[in-house]
Design a protein around this ligand. Structure first.
Ligand code: SF4
Length: 344
């Protein structure tokens, strides 16, 4: 089992559930906007939020932000180690430093001394876009991993072991290989992510393959799905990814792809009920017809299947009733609520 690292109220590693992270994209100095986005992220299911700290004003803003939110905050530091120290003093629950640009060993160790005093963990996070030159002789995934591991050794030299490690590439296979390499060398918890994964669809595909593969192999203690745009989407995808992998409980809608036999608008119904189902631990099947629908949806807690004259509602494969298309939504919501009440 990997070591456990405490980030505010969240434990990373040590057998704890895989936690979900995201990052704000508001200017950190704009306290009001940043707090608003953090609250949105938290409501979507985010458990740890990272903020960019590009200057001392941002490090100072961290203090005001921290007073207004209840979620652990991570200060993301590049280039200037003094920003890491300032962020720790202003209440950061964790620091992320990039081995590719933080500079000399003494700077890293200086950050470690302050982090140690404040009991704040450090994530050493290497990125494929900023691998230090001296590692270029290695194959890229090894270079990415070794860049992070060198920084880990710098921290260990001063007795600092409150460490999380990450190695992120824009490339799926590089991300996988780099993290397998790190997992074989150290037992610190691992933060997983594909960096600069792209816009929505490609980002979801790349993250699902890399993170899914690694998590199924037992590698990874906290994740960030990186998507260009609204970070709330990152959290929604991360949650669904963990549910799909069976690493987290949660409601889900299964829906047939439809074909010429479909008697109902499967997509419309599925999308309508999804927000409610996601608040439960139920699986709800929406199937276009009764020909295959009831059989294929029998593992679901609740299911619906279209017929020529109406919609059949079934539970664990047993038909409960047939309702008209117009009554479907109301009937389904009533059944969902009553099944939820039974289970609580
Ligand atoms: Fe087609 Fe019916 Fe299967 Fe949906 S459940 S794909 S409509 S056969």
């Amino acid at each position: 089992m990997r070591k456990a690292v405490r980030v505010g109220k969240v434990i990373i590693g040590g057998g704890s559930p895989v936690s979900i992270q995201s990052m704000t994209n508001t200017p950190t100095v704009d306290v009001e906007k940043t707090v608003q986005q953090i609250v949105e992220l938290q409501m979507a299911g985010c458990e740890i939020v990272r903020l960019a700290i590009p200057d001392f004003e941002s490090a100072k803003a961290l203090k005001q932000i921290k007073e207004k939110v209840s979620i652990p905050l991570v200060a993301d530091i590049h280039f200037d180690h003094r920003l890491a120290i300032e962020s720790i003093k202003n209440g950061a629950d964790k620091i992320r430093i990039n081995p590719g640009n933080i500079g000399a060993k003494w700077k890293v160790q200086e950050v470690a001394r302050v982090a140690s005093e404040y009991k704040v963990p450090i994530r050493v996070g290497s990125n494929s876009g900023s691998i230090p030159k001296e590692f270029e002789k290695y194959e890229r995934s090894v270079a990415l991993a070794e860049a992070a591991l060198r920084e880990v050794r710098y921290l260990e030299e001063v007795g600092f072991e409150n460490i999380v490690v990450s190695a992120k590439s824009t490339d799926v296979l590089e991300t996988i290989k780099a993290n397998e390499y790190i997992a074989s060398k150290v037992d610190y918890p691992i933060h997983l992510g594909v960096t600069e994964a792209g816009t929505y669809e490609m980002a979801v595909i790349k993250s699902s393959i890399a993170l899914g593969y690694l998590l199924l192999k037992g590698i990874g203690d906290t994740i960030r799905v990186s998507i260009a745009g609204d970070p709330v989407k990152e959290v929604v995808v991360a949650k669904k990814l963990l549910i799909a992998l069976g690493l987290r409980k949660g409601g889900q809608v299964i829906a047939c792809p439809t074909c010429a036999r479909a008697e109902i608008d499967v997509e419309e119904i599925a999308k309508k009920i999804e927000p409610l189902v996601e608040k439960t631990n139920l699986t709800v099947a929406v199937m276009g017809c009764v020909v295959n629908g009831i059989g294929e949806g029998k593992h679901a807690d609740i299911g619906v299947a279209g017929t020529k004259s109406g919609v059949v509602i079934f539970r664990k494969g047993e038909i409960l009733k047939t309702v008209s298309h117009t009554d479907l939504e109301k009937e389904l919501m009533e059944l969902l609520n009553s099944v939820m009440n039974e289970k609580t």
